[in-house]
Ligand binder design. Structure first.
Ligand SMILES: C[S@@+](CC[C@H](N)C(=O)[O-])C[C@H]1O[C@@H](n2cnc3c(N)ncnc32)[C@H](O)[C@@H]1O
Length: 436
């Protein structure tokens, strides 16, 4: 939309969803970084609030965030705010008229919406709120069906549903700019997905992971514990090429028992490729293969723009890797024994994460991101438990509580330097610290 160059000091209001609270700020930061913008420190928010005020951004930046965010519901150009309607009025009347006028002239059409957080208003009360805004110099005509400009009065009644105040804690008024991508959560729900398993990642979290990883068009993304490919689905939606590995033959080939209610066996086309086809992103699918993440099969090169994964925790699926308990059963190095069928042994959590960090240090491009889930036992958790690696910088660490005692933490790391070359680089040991 063409707006006057004279418009200045614009501030934006983000209306955020109230689930996955911990994930919201890292998502906004990552999406800003995708646009080449450093995080602006003057973002003004209470961590748990649904409303954040941001300044120092352009409308294009805000649109860019909203084109990707699944944590943000809507964004507004903030025209006024206050603790009471009278304060809001003063604030609005002080708002520079040159910022308002492009949207209020006589040839324009508009509508005002009323949104209340943590309180339901009767229809008549909404109309009263709108009528009370007659002090604003709107010259255009009201159009409820297809207005050129939408404005919104937003009232915040706090976050405690058991203690809803009579009057709002805070009130905002602004011009609607864009909605976020919450619709993706519904359209990609695993409930309606072609191929699912017991541990298929929820659609919203998959998109959050892709955003934390700053996945963008034409990136190459890898999931070493790919399962039914939920993370590939999300990344392909953002136009990245995707591939993965899993130790489970049946999962990779879409065979075996179905996880669907009333279905005993998986159907002929229940596989990851079909999932991407379902969402129209099959052309972003490279392939998946059966492989043990503890024994990387990739050539020694920085291949991937992002590694996004949900490693096995051993709660709903076993943590296995290939290998024999009997050392003497192994053929000598370099000798291939055709009849050798690998048996599996336990793959300890600490090994999973140190392998994952080492693999990422070697196979991410510089600046590429690793995003993965770390299960924790809450009573014993402390930040020092998060695995570190000298080549990876910790970007964010967000908690999703699962029960009073358990949670998982979404860890985002960024590659900042190349690992030193040794004889067997993919398996360098002693680099990962704090894995317990
Ligand atoms: C939590 S699930 C991943 C779920 C996946 N994100 C999805 O949406 O379906 C972990 C996966 O890791 C696989 N796995 C377990 N041990 C493995 C190993 N050593 N190497 C590769 N994959 C492994 C399991 O078969 C399982 O599919």
């Amino acid at each position: 939309m063409a707006t006057s160059n004279k418009r200045s000091c614009l501030q934006y209001l983000l209306h955020l969803a109230q689930d996955n609270l911990d994930f919201r700020l890292p998502e906004i930061k990552a999406l800003l970084a995708l646009r080449g913008k450093p995080f602006h420190p003057s973002i003004n928010f209470k961590e748990k609030s649904p409303f954040w005020c941001v300044d120092g951004l352009s409308e294009e930046d805000v649109r860019g965030i909203m084109a990707r965010s699944v944590c943000a519901k809507s964004a507004f150009e903030l025209w006024g705010h206050g603790q009471t309607h009278s304060e809001l009025r003063t604030s609005l009347l002080n708002y520079p008229s040159e910022n308002m006028s492009p949207f209020m002239h006589k040839d324009s059409t508009y509508r005002i919406n009323v949104y209340t957080f943590n309180k339901t208003l009767e229809f008549a009360d909404r109309i009263k709120r709108i009528d009370a805004m007659e002090y604003l110099p709107f010259e255009g005509a009201v159009s409820l069906k297809s207005p050129q400009h939408i404005f919104c009065l937003l009232e915040d009644y706090g976050t405690d549903p058991n203690n809803i105040p009579e009057h709002p804690h805070y009130i905002y008024f602004g011009r609607w700019i864009a909605d976020g991508q919450r619709e993706l959560i519904r359209s990609h729900s695993v409930k309606n997905r072609h191929f699912i398993g017991n541990t298929s990642m929820d659609a919203g979290l998959s998109f959050i992971m892709a955003n934390h990883a700053r996945v963008k068009e034409n990136d190459l993304v890898f999931d070493p514990f790919v399962g039914t490919g939920s993370l590939l689905v999300a990344c392909s939606q953002f136009r990245a090429y995707v591939c993965g590995t899993d130790i489970d033959y049946n999962t990779i080939h879409g065979k075996g028992r179905s996880s669907r209610k009333n279905h005993k066996w998986r159907g002929p086309d229940e596989n990851i490729r079909a999932n991407l086809r379902q969402y129209g992103t099959e052309k972003m699918y490279l392939d998946v293969m059966v492989s043990d993440a503890s024994k990387p099969v990739w050539r020694e090169a920085a291949l991937f723009d992002a590694i996004i994964t949900d490693p096995p925790y051993g709660i709903r699926e076993s943590t296995r890797r290939t290998g024999s308990h009997k050392d003497n059963a192994r053929p000598p190095d370099g000798i291939y024994v055709e009849s050798h069928v690998p048996v599996s042994q336990a793959y300890h959590l600490s090994d999973i994460f140190s392998d994952l960090l080492n693999f990422s240090a070697h196979h991410l491009v510089m600046g590429g991101r690793l995003v993965y889930w770390l299960p924790v036992y809450r009573p014993e958790y402390c930040e020092e438990m998060v695995p570190l690696h000298p080549c990876l910088r910790l970007i964010s660490n967000c908690e999703q509580t699962l029960s009073s005692h358990t949670s998982r933490r979404l860890i985002t790391m960024e590659k900042i330097k190349e690992p030193e070359k040794t004889g067997s680089p993919s398996r360098q040991s002693g680099q990962v610290s704090s894995v317990r």
